[in-house]
Design a binder for this molecule. Structure first.
Ligand SMILES: Nc1nc2c(ncn2[C@@H]2O[C@H](COP(=O)(O)OP(=O)(O)OP(=O)(O)O)[C@@H](O)[C@H]2O)c(=O)[nH]1
Ligand SMILES: [Mg+2]
Length: 269
């Protein structure tokens, strides 16, 4: 049976004309189902609150992912595209638009998305810049529910000094980072792919194993990929949308717990 199938495969290869084979990536139905479900889930996003400083933020429970990056990188626009809501986060042509830490809930207040003020905007008065940076730093260092960052960089100016600092800092705090090269619509396909490859290589050189993708809020490139990453990181499962039957959950008695513990210990020894 195996031999036969091997033979037919070989004969097919030898008869194949020497044309270039295109290995077109087939859509994985499981993945696209997950990303569609993730996008639907993200559409439930609701504004929770804005905080000027750490001690005024929403309670530090559950999980959150923060959108970070230089001012004008496209953080607020990305959040609006991702949640399919035009005005959820306030985007603007004027850099320095987002001046507070803005929280959005995703279906429940313990799963959140955060829009951070951008860094590196030269026109902000020095004293104000210091205050913002201090608050941003406080948030990034002390926020326990922070799981990781979506770090946005304009595809035309990636890996500026402060971006690299953020990446290294996130690595040292064991946070995940998912990098978006934003405004990919500003480059043609070839140069955009090259920019992606360049940044990938530079991250590799820095020994930072972070995921990265192209993204455009304008033409929605990379939206599904980002939605899946967000959902995966915030432990969203497809079952979450299914009817939940409380009666179907088996009750556990104290005896069951003891038995489990004993079994665990015996396998460890
Ligand atoms: N062409 C293009 N422009 C974009 C894209 N995303 C954002 N922009 C524009 O870039 C500008 C800044 O976008 P914002 O989303 O406000 O940027 P931000 O990172 O939140 O900026 P701050 O709040 O200042 O930190 C706006 O004029 C947006 O319309 C994109 O994907 N493509
Ligand atoms: Mg903003």
């Amino acid at each position: 049976m195996h031999r036969n199938s091997g033979k037919s495969r070989n004969s097919r290869v030898s008869n194949t004309p020497k044309t270039k084979i295109s290995y077109e990536k087939k859509a994985d139905p499981a993945i696209s189902e997950y990303s569609t479900a993730s996008l639907n889930w993200l559409r439930q996003a609701e504004f929770l609150m804005s905080a000027p400083k750490l001690n005024l933020c929403v309670e530090d429970t559950g999980y959150e992912i923060a959108f970070a990056g230089r001012s004008n990188a496209g953080k607020s626009s990305a959040i609006n595209a991702l949640t399919n809501q035009k005005q959820l986060a306030r985007a603007s042509k004027r850099p320095g638009r987002t001046q507070m830490i803005n929280f959005f809930s995703l279906g429940n207040p313990d799963q959140r998305l955060v829009d951070l003020p951008g860094y590196g905007y030269a026109a902000v008065p020095e004293a104000m810049k210091i205050v913002w940076q201090k608050e941003l730093e406080n948030y990034l260092i002390h926020r326990k529910s922070l799981q990781g960052l979506v770090l946005l960089m304009d595809i035309r100016h990636p890996l500026q000094h402060f971006d690299v600092m953020m990446l290294e800092w996130a690595y040292s705090r064991k946070l995940f980072v998912h990098v978006l090269l934003t405004k990919s619509d500003k480059l043609n396909r070839g140069p955009a792919s090259k920019a992606l490859l360049d940044v990938q290589q530079q991250l590799k050189k820095m020994k930072l194993q972070f995921s990265i993708q192209l993204f455009s809020s304008l033409n929605r490139q990379g939206l599904e990929e980002l939605a899946s990453v967000m959902a995966g990181r915030l432990n969203y499962t497809l079952e979450q949308t299914a009817e939940f039957d409380l009666d179907a959950i088996p009750t556990i008695s104290e005896d069951d717990v003891e038995t489990e513990t004993e079994a665990d210990q015996s396998t460890e020894q």
